[in-house]
Design a protein around this ligand. Structure first.
Ligand SMILES: Cc1ncc(COP(=O)(O)O)c(C=O)c1O
Length: 450
C-alpha cells in the first residue's frame, strides 16, 4: 500500500492513475473480502478507498478517481468536510451514546429544529430521527397510519424506498431488491409513475393524463377513504432519475389534501441541496405533510429523519416511535456540520451550477450518440437513459459498457433504472469545475468506445 494521504478538501483535486483500475492492492483486498463478506452485499467499483475529499476518492494503490457518485448521493458537502469532521471528533470525545429515549442531548433537538426550518412549509413541525432511509420511510408510514386510522399506502412504479420488509413492499423493482425475500407487507397499492419518456403516448400525453390515471386507479381499486398515505420521490432515484411533468406533484398533493390522505415526499436521495434547492418538492412549491430525509443529511454518518405537520407527528403516543441508536449524538453532530456547510457554501447554488454545466454537454452528447434517448434531472442529480437507437428498448449492455469504461479511466459513475439502462451522475456539490469538466470528458470518451 502506498503512503496514505489525509482526506478532506485538501486532497489534490485531480485524477491520477498509477495502476490499472482496480490495482493490485485493491484486488488483494477483494480476494480477502470474498472470504469474509456475504456476496449479497455487492460493489459497483472494487477499489478500496483510503481517503476522499472534494471531488476525489483515493484508493489503496494511490490512484485518485473523480467521484460522480457521492456514495449514492450522500457526500454532497464533500467527504470528510471540515465542519463535519471537527464536530464529529469533538462529539465523539465527549460521549458517543446515551440513547435519546433514556437521557437526551441538545444535538438531536438542534437537528430537528434545522429540519423544521429547512423543509418546505412554514407550518408547525415536529421530527423524529432514525438510522437509515428505510427506517425513516417505515416510520413515516407508521405515523400516517396511526394519524389517519387507515391502512392502505399508495406507491409508484419505479419507486425505491429501501430494503426492509415494508420498504421492499413499497419498492417497485424485483431484481435485486425483492427477489426471494417475500412475503411482503400488505396493503400496498401501486400506481403508474408520470414517466415522460415511457408514458404510452409520450411526454405531452404524460403531462395531460398521468394525474388522472393515478386518481382514477386509487378511486376504483382502493377507495380514497381507505388510503393513509401516498408516498412519492419527487424525483425518483434508483428507478431512473425520473422527473414527473410540471403539475403532477402539486396535483397529487391537492388530491391528498382533498381526501384526508397523508402526502409523504421521500426526499432521501433528492434532498439537501442535491437538486438545486433544499428539497426537490420546492421547485413546484409543494408542501408535503411528511417528508423523509437521509443520505446527505449527515455526510455519511447514519442518520435519517421524518419531519411533518405537528398534529400528524404528535398523533403517535409516547414510546410509539424511536430506537436504540436513532439520532445518535455523533451522527447529529455530523448533520449540524453538513447543514452549516450547505448554508455557508451555498451548495444549492453550486448544485444549480453543476446542472448548468452538465445538461448542455450531455444534450450535445445525445446528438452525437443516438443510444442516449433522454437527458434529464435537476441540479446535481442528472442522468441519461440509454435505449437501442430509435426505440424505447432499454440498452442495459451499453449502459454497463459505458460505466465500465468510465471506471477504467478513473471516473466513478453509477447506473440505475428499472431496466438497468440509466447512467446517473451525483457529483459532490463541492466538486471543482475543472474536475467536473474532466469527468464529462471521460464520459464522452467512454461513449466513443461503444
Ligand atoms: C428515495 C430513497 N428512499 C429510501 C432509501 C433507503 O435509504 P437507506 O439505504 O438509507 O435505507 C433510498 C436509498 O437509496 C432512497 O434513494
Amino acid at each position: 500500500m502506498t503512503a496514505v494521504p489525509e482526506g478532506g478538501p485538501g486532497l489534490p483535486q485531480r485524477r491520477t492513475l498509477v495502476t490499472e483500475i482496480p490495482g493490485p492492492a485493491s484486488r488483494e483486498l477483494s480476494a480477502r473480502r470474498a472470504g469474509a463478506v456475504a456476496r449479497g452485499v455487492s460493489t459497483v467499483l472494487p477499489v478500496f478507498v483510503t481517503a476522499a475529499g472534494g471531488g476525489v476518492l483515493v484508493d489503496v494503490d494511490g490512484n485518485s478517481l473523480i467521484d460522480f457518485g457521492s456514495g449514492i448521493a450522500v457526500t454532497g458537502v464533500g467527504n470528510a468536510a471540515p465542519r463535519v469532521s471537527s464536530r464529529v471528533a469533538a462529539q465523539a470525545a465527549q460521549f458517543t451514546h446515551t440513547c435519546f429515549m433514556v437521557a437526551p442531548y441538545e444535538g438531536y433537538v438542534e437537528v430537528c429544529e434545522s429540519l423544521a426550518r429547512l423543509t418546505p412549509g412554514t407550518h408547525e413541525k415536529r421530527s423524529a430521527l432514525f438510522n437509515s432511509g428505510a427506517e425513516a420511510v417505515e416510520n413515516a408510514v407508521k405515523i400516517a397510519r396511526h394519524a389517519t386510522g387507515r391502512s392502505a399506502v399508495v406507491a409508484f412504479d419505479h419507486a425505491y424506498h429501501g430494503r426492509t420488509n415494508l420498504t421492499m413492499a413499497l419498492t417497485a423493482k424485483n431484481m435485486p431488491y425483492k427477489q426471494g425475500f417475500g412475503p411482503f407487507a400488505a396493503e400496498i397499492y401501486r400506481v403508474p409513475m408520470a414517466y415522460p419518456l415511457r408514458w404510452p403516448d409520450g411526454p405531452d400525453a404524460c403531462r395531460a393524463e398521468a394525474l388522472g390515471v393515478v386518481k382514477s386507479l386509487i378511486h376504483s381499486q382502493v377507495g380514497e377513504s381507505n388510503v393513509a398515505a401516498i408516498i412519492i420521490e419527487p424525483i425518483q432515484g434508483e428507478g431512473g432519475f425520473i422527473v414527473p411533468p410540471k403539475g403532477f406533484l402539486p396535483g397529487l398533493a391537492k388530491f391528498c389534501a382533498d381526501n384526508g390522505i397523508v402526502f409523504i415526499a421521500d426526499e432521501i436521495q433528492s434532498g439537501f441541496c442535491r437538486t438545486g434547492d433544499w428539497f426537490a418538492c420546492s421547485h413546484e412549491g409543494v408542501v408535503p405533510d411528511l417528508i423523509t430525509t437521509g443520505k446527505a443529511i449527515a455526510d455519511g454518518l447514519p442518520l435519517a429523519g421524518v419531519t411533518g405537520r405537528a398534529a400528524l407527528m404528535d398523533a403517535v403516543h409516547p414510546g410509539g416511535l424511536g430506537g436504540t441508536y436513532g439520532g445518535n449524538p455523533v451522527a447529529c453532530a455530523a448533520a449540524l456540520g453538513a447543514i452549516e456547510t450547505m448554508v455557508a457554501e451555498d451548495l444549492a447554488g453550486r448544485a444549480r451550477r453543476i446542472g448548468e454545466i452538465m445538461l448542455p454537454r450531455l444534450r450535445k452528447l445525445a446528438e452525437q450518440f443516438p443510444v442516449i434517448a433522454d437527458v434529464r434531472g435537476r441540479g446535481a442529480m442528472i442522468a441519461v437513459e440509454l435505449t437501442h437507437p430509435g426505440t424505447l428498448e432499454p440498452d442495459a449492455a451499453a449502459t454497463a459498457a459505458v460505466a465500465a469504461a468510465c471506471h477504467k479511466a478513473g471516473l466513478v459513475v453509477l447506473t440505475c433504472g428499472t431496466f438497468g439502462n440509466v447512467l446517473r451522475f451525483l457529483p459532490p456539490m463541492v466538486i471543482g469545475e475543472d474536475l467536473l469538466e474532466e469527468g464529462l470528458g471521460i464520459l464522452e470518451d467512454a461513449f466513443g468506445t461503444l
